[in-house]
Design a protein around this ligand. Structure first.
Ligand code: ADP
Ligand code: MG
Length: 817
């Protein structure tokens, strides 16, 4: 049967349980197996004779079994197998005297010990790898790796080689498939196999790293054989690794243009896969990773540049009239910041063209993005068109609707006062949400459908078919990164002309520039960096929860602020004890402490022991606890979680804004965009378990009214732990992009943009958006150069295919939300 990268795993593997286990890891095809990358590689194990052993250091040697003893210690049925081995022949090859050592195996399964003692009969030649210890004054290997060798023990060894000289590994593990017994044909083969660096994979309870490795090696071998049979039998005597490689190269064509591969000294794609899953040395392993990492960057940048070039051909309604916009700006009670003015100018230029603007506006929380959005919308409306602003939640849509309607009203009043005769008519500002009363929603839909120039503030309801705006020329998406091609297309369908609306995407979640370039490469990017109105930065404190005294002073401080007429948020990750997952972006235990290992880094192995997860505080429990505190006598509390319906949410927010319930205990539902200017304090419980960017977002909820403000990060992180270091980052920096980079560095790439991207669907597996910034820039430049010569990639068929796959994969993850 001919095997290709598209062949399902189930048709090349007979072991159904293993097929199932691989499937649960997202490995469905041979190609998936190739890109199931290990997260680290073990160091090669040195050859040492027993005499050369160092306690606790891994080593490998060949020996002969002298004696075997099975003993079972009755009561608990714990059996023990002792094997004495003698390394004389091997030691002689290293000009060392031979010696004896003991191999010990424990098990409560008799079957296992029988099987092992069956393999290790007296006189058998074995290859042993492990770290020795000392027991009863004798060198002992406990549960070493042992391979049986199918040669007569007295045959001559060929180990005479200098120290440090690389092993001859050409005939190693991927050579001939091994027969069930013995494990290897020669001591050299066995030693090469146990000594070489080995990749370590993320395993699961259903399949171990070693079994994943074996499966991938099997599939590589099958692929290579398929590639090989397609060719001739030209090279009989060529060694097996070279055979393997040439077979693989036929099965896995290269994607990178040859010139770039040569320039950057990268491997062929097939060679890279082989060296990742079956590395000859750690150096080659890392070169292989570097190769595929560059390839990802290059494919990604080519795809984005091509998408941008194609979008350049789409047409849009030009909106050149800025009079209404200027009237609004003149009526503002404050001056625009330099940054706001610049962005508004870029938008004005974009929107006056007849092809669609595609701009991403990044601005710190409180940097004043709403005014910028309104300016853009008034340019559309002033030019006789319609504009829609899409917010991620009902609460936010309502809040935007209020602020925008107020600004538009003020503009109309101001203009009426200034003007000499022709009053300026304010455009309608319409709210459209799924939760609205039917009559009100019908009215809103009718106004939009009439084509009358207006501003629509909406939730996702804007993407539904019932919303039609025949004159739509601008869409603003607020606080939403997972907005993709499908939704863009749905907006395009709104306008009667069929032309694409201009698009402005706004986000406060800081995304490092390189990340933005990776994911939003087809958008222009603007940045608002300063906070308007001379706002005072938020003071951030890390409070160890165990420090009762400090906790007490924190509560007393909050009481003072409340008595001064301010408000406080208290955030917990879970609603109640029934809430297992928690809301928002809480790190799971494995990520919070050892941190997700990054491919190629000497990250900690999966063997690290992790303490049982401690339960996270809940809204219910904390609200109850705080109400009882003497510091909060007579203060009214409210709670808010994602489980509350919209009406309740609205009511609770109103009570909080008015000061009736000045303390709000909630989940992270308050994270995005909520604006209560009197809020001056925020307490986050279990802060060590939140993502840094999310903590930064949360603290942005306070200090929006120009008062000094405080954020308290209550933590149970151990002194000196990573958790503590992470909180120090957020305490010491208020710069969003520094925090985002740090967060990325500590957590790996996918998480910043949401879970969908970090899962199997993302086409980016190796690329690290911060660490690989230089590489991405290089890839972008080369991709630009290539596309300038060959815009449709006619001369690069394999690359064109990879770009198509990438674009398709991305559509899935950019649109899922
Ligand atoms: P965000 O970027 O987080 O959406 P907003 O647009 O909600 O920020 O602005 C935060 C607050 O700052 C609002 O109350 C807004 O009126 C005010 N603001 C915006 N621009 C300026 C400015 N140039 N000078 C003073 N205050 C401003
Ligand atoms: Mg906002």
């Amino acid at each position: 049967m001919s095997v290709t990268v598209g062949t399902p795993v189930s048709s090349v593997m007979t072991n159904k349980r293993r097929v199932g286990a691989l499937k649960s890891l997202g490995v469905l095809t041979v190609g998936d197996a190739l890109t199931y990358y290990p997260f680290r590689v073990t160091d090669p194990v040195p050859l040492r004779s027993i005499r050369e052993a160092r306690i606790g250091e891994p080593m490998a040697f060949a020996a002969e079994v002298r004696a075997v003893r099975v003993s079972s210690s009755g009561a608990r049925g714990n059996g023990r197998l002792e094997v004495v081995v003698d390394d004389s022949a091997f030691a002689a090859s290293r000009r060392q005297p031979g010696a004896m050592a003991r191999l010990v195996f424990f098990s409560h399964k008799k079957q296992y010990l029988d099987w092992m003692s069956g393999r290790l009969r007296q006189g058998t030649c074995v290859v042993v790898a492990g770290a020795p210890g000392v027991f009863n004054d004798q060198l002992q290997f406990t549960h070493p790796e042992v391979l049986t060798v199918g040669v007569h023990p007295t045959s001559r060894y060929r180990f005479v080689r200098e120290e440090n000289q690389p092993l001859d590994v050409r005939n190693a593990s991927l050579g001939a498939p091994t027969s069930p017994r013995p494990d290897v044909e020669s001591p050299e083969e066995g030693l090469a196999r146990v000594c070489r660096p080995r990749p370590v994979y993320h395993a699961s309870s259903r399949i171990s790293s070693d079994h994943i490795h074996d499966s991938i090696l099997d599939m590589l071998r099958l692929l290579a054989e398929s590639g090989d049979s397609a060719a001739s039998e030209e090279k009989e005597e060529e060694d097996s690794r070279a055979r393997l490689l040439s077979g693989l190269a036929r099965a896995i064509p290269d994607i990178l243009p040859e010139r770039i591969r040569a320039d950057k000294d990268l491997m062929h794609r097939a060679e890279a896969f082989l060296n990742i899953h079956d590395p000859v040395s750690t150096k080659e392993f890392h070169r292989a990773i570097a190769t595929l990492r560059y390839e990802e960057a290059f494919v990604c940048q080519t795809a984005l540049l091509q998408a941008r070039a194609h979008a350049g051909h789409a047409s849009a309604e030009p909106c050149p009239d800025t009079a209404l916009r200027d009237a609004m700006i003149d009526s503002l009670p404050f001056d625009l910041t330099g940054g706001q003015r610049e962005v508004i100018d870029s938008i004005a230029a974009d929107m006056s063209r007849d092809h669609p603007m595609q701009r991403l506006l990044q601005g710190e929380v409180g940097s004043g993005k709403t005014v910028v959005a309104l300016a853009a919308m008034l340019q559309a409306v002033g030019s006789g068109r319609q504009a829609v602003l899409v917010a991620p939640t009902q609460v936010l849509a309502e809040q935007h609707h209020r602020t925008i309607a107020a600004m538009v009203d003020r503009m109309a009043e101001q203009a009426a006062m200034d003007s000499d005769g022709h009053p300026l008519s304010a455009p309608p500002v319409i709210l459209l949400t799924g939760g609205m009363k039917l009559a009100a929603r019908r009215r809103a839909l009718a106004t939009a459908a009439s084509g009358e120039p207006c501003i629509v503030v909406a939730t996702h309801a804007a993407f539904s078919k019932t919303f039609q705006a025949p004159n739509l020329a601008l869409a603003v998406i607020d606080e939403q990164h997972r907005f993709g091609v499908e939704q863009r297309e749905s907006l395009r369908g709104k306008a009667l002309s069929g032309k694409a609306p201009h698009l402005l995407v706004m986000t406060a979640t800081p995304i490092p520039r390189t990340a933005a370039m990776t994911w939003f490469g087809d958008l222009d990017i603007s940045w608002l960096t300063e906070l308007p109105g001379g706002r005072k930065p938020i003071r951030t404190f890390v409070i160890p929860e165990a420090d009762g005294h400090l906790m007490g002073s924190m509560f007393a401080h909050i009481r003072q602020r409340i008595d001064a007429g301010e408000r406080a948020y208290v955030v917990c990750s879970r609603i109640d004890d029934a809430d297992e997952t928690g809301e928002g972006d809480v790190l799971d235990e494995t990520m919070a402490e050892p941190m997700r290992p990054v491919v190629g880094d000497a990250a900690r192995s999966d063997a690290g022991t992790v303490a049982p997860p401690r339960p996270l505080h809940t809204v219910v429990q904390i609200a109850e606890r705080l109400t009882k505190l003497p510091q909060f006598q007579g203060v009214r509390f409210a709670t808010l979680t994602g489980r509350d319906d919209d009406a309740t949410k609205q009511q609770v927010m109103a009570g909080f804004a008015s000061g009736e319930t000045p303390i709000l205990v909630s989940t992270t539902v308050i994270e995005v965009g909520v604006d209560v200017p009197q809020a001056s304090c925020i307490v986050v419980f279990d802060a060590d378990r939140f993502g840094l960017s999310q903590l930064h977002q949360l603290r942005g909820r306070v200090g929006r009214g120009g008062t000094p403000s405080w954020s308290f990060l209550v933590s149970q992180a151990e002194p000196g732990s990573l958790g503590e270091q992470r909180l120090a980052v957020i305490r010491d920096t208020t710069d969003g992009s520094t925090i985002a980079e740090e967060d990325l560095r500590l957590r790996g790439a996918g998480d910043v943009l949401g879970d969908a991207q970090s899962g199997g669907k993302s086409s980016l597996k190796l690329l690290r958006v911060v660490k690989d910034a230089d590489l991405i820039v290089d890839a972008r430049e080369r991709a630009e150069a290539l596309l300038a010569e060959d815009p449709e990639l006619d001369g690069e068929v394999e690359l064109a295919g990879a770009v198509l796959d990438f674009t398709r994969g991305n559509e899935t993850y950019l649109t899922s939300s």
